[in-house]
Design a protein. Structure first.
Length: 381
């Protein structure tokens, strides 16, 4: 199948970043909307998307898109789909989804109608009246927004933010897909030296290293579509080989992480080792107050010309009192905007007074969401 329509949900604010990633894997007819990016391609594209995309939450096949203001219209739109092209007689096909600002408001009712339509279509396809659903998993997802119905098949399984390296975390860790988006926006490259003075469990630094070395985030995990008959094990192995061939082993990238919490530093070291990039990150237990630029400048791996500070400091709502969080913002300005570092500082924060507290207006800002918290990425360069 050479023309599959697919869609990748993403965090709001990262649509343009995901669009660039899809161009990199040669996806076609890319179209970004709020919180998702549509594209087309072959099964090879589907495999490459799962293995390589850093900011996508998952990869879904679009089975049909139509308007529905009644359960009958919903049923007929789902029944039109040739489900037998993917789902075999013994496979599992659960249904889940959501509805928003639509005539069809009941999610359980919509779920039931969709399931019934799929069952009836498969009965007709396989000439049977009973499905054991003991085989491969085909998770059907639906969204209904302003009466527009999107029926999809999930190919990823666990969300793509689950790279496999972060078994241990500290309180309120940044999501891997958001961290990867910040890394992309901060223009990290193979020669960068990256610092996170509030590194927590190390996610921003690990994602920076994976990005700089061009190590695909999905290399060391499985995807639900690997059990599908439509794609063979050799297809997925070839996809992984394509990703491995792009790894940049000549990169001079190095990263430096510090945190006041020694437990967080130990967790960060474990996570970096699991990600296979521990040799590229130096961790130390130290507060921002005690941190000095010389801590990095004296390193033989330090690249002053491309020194980038990325950080997700405590916000106040979840970890510290607001005043304590603001003291950290002040220190960030003192430590990293006044040391002839070309102002390469990127900080994500929900505080609307961040620039005033830091002491400088950002070169650029980008609205992002960290979980349910509306934030700004403040960029100084």
């Amino acid at each position: 199948m050479n023309n599959i329509k697919m869609v990748c949900p993403c965090l709001f604010g990262l649509e343009s970043v995901l669009t660039r990633e899809l161009k990199y894997i040669d996806a076609q007819n890319i179209k970004a909307t709020d919180g998702k990016v549509f594209f087309e391609g072959s099964f090879e594209t589907l495999i490459d998307a799962n293995i390589n995309l850093r900011t996508a939450e998952r990869v879904l096949i679009v089975m049909n898109e139509f308007k529905a203001t009644s359960f009958e219209e919903l049923y007929q739109g789902v029944f039109l789909i040739d489900w037998g092209n993917f789902i075999n007689k013994n496979d599992k096909f659960p249904v889940k989804g959501w509805t928003l600002n639509s005539v069809l408001k009941s999610e359980p009712a919509c779920q039931s109608i969709i399931k019934k339509a799929v069952v009836e279509k498969l009965k007709k396809t396989y000439k049977t009246s009973w499905f054991e659903e003991t085989g491969a998993l085909y998770q059907i997802q639906f969204s209904i927004q302003k009466d527009n119905v999107l029926i999809m098949l999930d190919t990823s399984g666990a969300g793509l933010h689950k790279r496999g390296y972060r078994k241990s975390t500290v309180l309120a860790p940044i999501k891997e897909t958001l961290a990867a988006g910040i890394v992309s926006l901060s223009r990290v490259n193979s020669k960068s030296s990256v610092c996170d003075p509030c590194c927590g469990s190390g996610t921003l630094l690990i994602e920076s290293a994976l990005w700089a070395l061009k190590i695909a985030p999905g290399l060391n995990r499985r995807f639900v579509a690997e059990d599908w008959n439509a794609m063979s094990d050799s297809d997925w192995n070839l996809g992984r080989q394509r990703a491995i061939s792009k790894i940049n082993k000549d990169s001079s990238f190095m990263a430096f992480g510090s945190d006041i919490d020694p437990e967080a530093i130990e967790i960060a070291k474990i996570n970096a080792k699991r990600a296979g990039i521990s040799s590229r990150i130096n961790f130390q237990t130290k507060s921002i107050q005690d941190l000095e630029f010389l801590d990095f400048k004296n390193s033989q791996d330090f690249e002053k010309s491309n020194f980038i500070v990325l950080t997700n400091p405590p916000y106040g709502e979840r970890l510290l009192e607001v005043n304590q969080a603001r003291e950290i913002y002040k220190l960030l300005g003192q430590k990293f905007l006044n040391n002839n570092l070309n102002n390469n500082l990127y900080v994500i924060s929900p505080d609307e007074d961040f620039e005033k507290i830091l002491g400088s207006r950002a070169t650029k800002r980008r609205k992002l969401y960290n979980g349910m918290i509306k934030c700004q990425l403040y960029m100084y360069f």
